[in-house]
Design a protein around this ligand. Structure first.
Ligand code: CUA
Length: 438
């Protein structure tokens, strides 16, 4: 008896220490930037409370059951010469206890869970900021319909105002997940058949309660570069958000959202929607790239300023983490001439067939919107830290950086798009220009 109690206490003590160590490790801030244990929204807080409630009830059950088992094993173990124990069957009181207590626990877990579901799935507030979140292979598009703003991979939200994410996909199923904002939602392709069905989005409602940069990622396997589909959410005070909107706004309304379909289906799919047709036109018409350069890609600059074998292709996890946490290199202002040249090249090359930059003639809607690209932490949706060298590397050969990327390189075509044919000099200038957009 005595030994049994001591054993139980020791086991519980060891368990408590181990649990505390695990929990401490989980909550160490930036060392784990995608922890769900440090939510920064009302929604994340609500989910955390449900989790904590469930967790501690299950821990209580684990500890009690483990202690009882250990006690029984030790207390009633076989002794030499002991007769067989009395054989019994049924015990009404015990059966009532082990039915009623779990039922009570289920109710105590179930009530706050259902309350939280209703509290977090309600109607959005009248002044909620609507952000349309669109998953693409393999990047994220963010549209602010009321603000006339479109951006990619990094999005801004105001602190203290409810945000209403309307989540869907342009191709396959993705999953939007920024753990510290709370929640995780599949981004489903909108049904393309009945027009009325196009409004089926998944939703997240949250109000950020502190400023910061919060990273996330796609959480549903969506193809070969599923692992390189990062999200950077930036929560800023309301005034800063308004300033950001002004800096991002296009003087003209943005083109409608489209769902670019694979080139092979576009050719034989007359029933695509208007937006898809626009994308189809872009896909079907080869961008004027090759003609502009006047020479086949193979005869152009033989030496790339970066090579895809000698240098590590991906940023280290630490570099990416710092980048996603908001530490970005600053563009070099001494490059003014290069930047101007880069803008001229960008706007005269096939880049604009796929990309938009607010305030310019670049109006493409197939690829990520590049307005204020220099403000983004990474290039390629988390593939590399957003430095000039990496942007050059990306433009030259996106697929060497990110498997399956749909953007053509300077020499290699991709996804039905011809190679862009940019020389390495031109690429350097374009990279400088893009990073100057801040
Ligand atoms: Cu998108 Cu995984």
């Amino acid at each position: 008896m005595q030994r049994g109690n001591r054993g139980g206490r020791r086991a519980r003590g060891t368990f408590t220490v181990a649990l505390a160590a695990v929990l401490a490790a989980c909550s160490e801030g930036l060392e784990y930037p995608q922890t769900t244990f440090q939510p920064v929204t009302d929604y994340g807080d609500a989910l955390n409370r449900v989790f904590a409630n469930t967790f501690w009830w299950t821990m209580l059950i684990l500890v009690l059951v483990t202690a009882l088992i250990l006690f029984v094993i030790v207390r009633f173990r076989e002794q030499p010469g002991q007769p067989h124990p009395k054989q019994i069957h049924g015990n009404t009181r015990l059966e009532l206890i082990w039915t009623i207590i779990p039922a009570i626990i289920v109710v105590l877990i179930g009530i706050p869970t259902v309350q939280t579901i209703f509290a977090t799935q309600g109607r959005p507030a009248d002044d909620a900021l609507v952000v349309e979140v669109i998953g693409h292979q393999w990047w994220w598009e963010f549209r602010y319909p009321e603000q006339n703003v479109v951006t990619a991979n990094q999005f801004y939200v105001p602190v203290g105002r409810q945000v209403h994410l309307r989540i869907h996909s342009a191709d396959v199923i993705h999953s939007f997940w920024v753990p510290r904002l709370g929640g995780k939602r599949d981004a489903n392709p909108l049904p393309r058949t009945a027009e009325g069905e196009r409004q089926r989005y998944n939703h997240i409602l949250f109000t950020a309660n502190e400023p910061g940069v919060f990273s996330g990622q796609c959480a549903e396997f969506c193809g070969e570069s599923h692992g390189i589909m990062a999200i950077s959410a930036v929560a800023v005070p309301a005034d800063d958000f308004e300033a950001w909107v002004v800096s991002m706004r296009d003087p003209e309304p943005p083109p409608p959202a489209t769902q670019p379909a694979p080139a092979d289906t576009l050719a034989g799919a007359p029933d695509t929607t208007a937006g898809d047709s626009a994308a189809a036109a872009i896909v079907a018409t080869p961008p004027p790239a090759a003609q502009d350069t006047g020479a086949p890609p193979a005869q152009q600059q033989p030496q790339a300023p970066v090579d895809s074998t000698g240098l590590p292709l991906r940023g280290t996890p630490q570099q990416l983490q710092r980048a996603l946490a908001g530490e970005q290199p600053v563009a070099d202002p001494s490059q003014a001439a290069l930047i101007a040249e880069g803008q001229r090249i960008f706007l005269s090359k096939p880049c604009i067939a796929c990309h938009s930059i607010a305030g310019t003639t670049a109006r493409g809607v197939v690829g990520p919107n590049l307005t204020r690209f220099g403000d983004r932490p990474t290039v390629g949706a988390g593939a590399l830290p957003n430095t000039q060298e990496n942007v050059v590397r990306w433009i030259i050969d996106p697929r060497a950086v990110k498997a399956g990327a749909l953007m053509p390189g300077t020499r290699e075509p991709a996804a039905g798009f011809p190679a862009t044919g940019l020389t390495d000099e031109e690429t350097r200038a374009v990279a400088a220009y893009l990073l100057s957009l801040r």
